[in-house]
Write a protein that binds this ligand. Structure first.
Ligand code: KIV
Ligand code: ZN
Length: 524
């Protein structure tokens, strides 16, 4: 029988930690359900102790996901383990991922703990997690690839003795080279007999030197049972090993690896598009597997070859990764049914009111544009999932601008019955709109990033604005699109404002209820 590689997806934890990738709960649920349909085996949903938003995200994902096992991350601390236990209380297939650093550098400067203290903490907290009812426990010695061999082995053995059943070996800072990482994995496998029986060996590789995929493949060769990945390779700094690169390497070169995964590769591209739409983190044209250039051929010789026989210059069949070649353009007469089918092609299923809101937005766009392209539909999905029904919304705005006037704006926003009006001048119409919104909300935001892009092509294309705003130390992202770029900017700014208020409200309510008193803002 062919060996199965377990795919542990950490897009919603390690991936979401990367700048610009933060998502609200509705967006996380949509991605988690799409990953589940894609066929990943394990989904790491977040780090629940770190904030009320994270806690609710892990809880909602745990309740929404049907097939995959859902994991929550915890440091070697009882309050972290309690937060994973509580957030996954209603999750049918749950697991906990416990980590502590084992490299001399991390133990000395970050943890300020001795080797003995670290070993004691591993044993104590894995035992505690068992007592909380966790049957699946993954342990990660953070910065494993820069840890000393004897101590690393001691830490891994302590974890297995206490009850861990997956040992994950993080190349936390992307330092290891493929031969070295493969050797490390093979040596661990040899040294811990349980790894050939009840305990899984897992790889977790970062891409700082561009070798995360090569290291993950070296781990497969060395006998790893599980590989940790993120979709589109998003993640801390240069990101993690990319799910699509790993899965397609294993599929295209099955002659070498001779392993299988449960991933339904025809959902890969649609799910990548969904993630790009939701986060606004677009992949470059030359990105392996998904980039626009992968299946386009510029030079005459290549074009000639591909026309004669596709495989001359293409090693993957676009259909195998779900690259849809026929694009059905939608218009104002397209019905809800056709739209639902179209979304399903892209591995998107909207629930309850979401589909009604989507349809209303679609009709509004179709009234403005003759043809509605797939890119427009993605922008609409993103705005439906990114909405804050109880937050601020834009009621009206007006701007005055030109090369001989001082640009100014008047903006009216509403939250429930509360309506506020602001009028300000600025360096340009967008700056004036942002200042007017600040006047309405009473909070002054500093713009840290502003990106505007056309959605699709044509003069009537929507403009998509992605911004990052620093509201007095709380940095949030906002995203919106419209055929009017000033409106898209105003909506994106209000989106960022709503996120900031959601974070503050979550912190206030957890403090006042005392329930989740232990939940603190914390990053890994
Ligand atoms: O890269 C890393 O070390 C991690 C751990 C939390 C597993 O993401
Ligand atoms: Zn990581």
């Amino acid at each position: 029988m062919t060996r199965k590689i377990v795919i542990f997806d950490t897009t919603l934890r390690d991936g979401e930690q990367s700048p610009g990738a933060s998502m609200i709960v509705e967006q996380k649920i949509e991605i988690a359900e799409a990953l589940d349909r894609l066929g990943v085996d394990r989904i790491e949903a977040g780090f629940p102790v770190s904030s009320p938003v994270q806690f609710n995200g892990v809880k909602s994902i745990g309740e929404a996901v049907k097939n995959a096992t859902v994991a929550g991350l915890a440091r070697c601390k009882k309050m972290d383990i309690d937060a994973v236990r509580d957030s996954l209380a209603n999750c049918p297939n749950r697991m906990i991922h416990i980590f502590i650093a084992t490299s001399p550098l991390h133990m000395k400067y970050k943890l300020q703990m001795s080797e003995d203290e670290v070993i004691e903490s591993i044993a104590k907290h894995i035992t505690y997690a068992r007592a909380q009812g966790f049957e699946e426990i993954e342990f990660s010695p953070e910065d494993a690839s820069r840890s000393e061999w004897d101590f690393l082995l001691r830490a891994l053995k302590a974890a297995v003795s206490a009850g861990a059943n997956t040992l994950n070996i993080p190349d936390t800072v992307g330092y290891a080279m493929p031969d070295e990482y493969g050797e490390l994995m093979a040596n661990i496998k040899k040294a811990i007999p349980e790894l050939s029986q009840r305990v899984k060996l897992s790889a977790h590789c970062h891409n700082d030197l561009g070798v995360a995929l090569a290291n993950s493949l070296a781990a497969v060769k060395a006998g790893a049972d599980q590989i940790e990945v993120t979709l589109n390779g998003i993640g801390e700094r240069a990101g993690n090993a990319a799910l699509e690169e790993l899965v397609m390497s294993l599929r295209v070169r099955k002659d070498i690896w001779n392993v299988e995964t449960n991933v339904r590769t025809e959902f890969l591209y649609p799910t990548s598009r969904l993630l790009q739409t939701i986060t606004g983190l677009l992949i470059p044209r030359n990105k392996p597997v998904f980039g626009d250039n992968v299946f386009s051929h510029e030079s005459g010789i290549h074009q000639h070859g591909v026309l004669k026989h596709r495989e001359t210059y293409e090693i993957m069949n676009p259909a195998h990764i779900g690259r849809n070649t026929q694009t059905l353009v939608m218009g104002r007469h397209s019905g809800k049914h056709a739209l639902k089918r179209k979304l399903k092609q892209y591995n998107i299923v909207l629930h309850g009111n979401q589909m009604d809101t989507f349809y209303q937005k679609f009709i509004a766009i179709a009234d403005k544009k003759k043809e509605v392209f797939d890119e427009d539909l993605f922008a609409l999905v993103s705005s439906v999932l990114g909405e804050f029904p109880t937050g601020w919304c834009l009621e009206t705005f007006q701007t005055w601008t030109g090369n001989r006037v001082i640009p100014s704006a008047t903006v009216q926003i509403r939250k429930g019955d509360e309506v506020r009006l602001g009028t300000q001048a600025g360096d340009g119409p967008i700056d004036a709109v942002f200042k007017s919104i600040d006047e309405c909300s009473g909070v002054s935001g500093r713009l840290a990033e502003f990106i505007i892009q056309a959605v699709g092509s044509g003069k009537d294309a929507q403009g998509q604005v992605k911004i990052q705003v620093d509201f007095d130390g709380i940095v949030t992202d906002g995203k919106a699109s419209s055929t009017d770029i000033i409106e898209a900017s105003a909506l994106a700014y209000i989106n960022a404002l709503n996120r900031m208020e959601m974070i503050c409200d979550g912190e206030k309510s957890s403090k006042s209820s005392g329930e989740n008193k232990k939940i603190v803002r914390q990053t890994v």
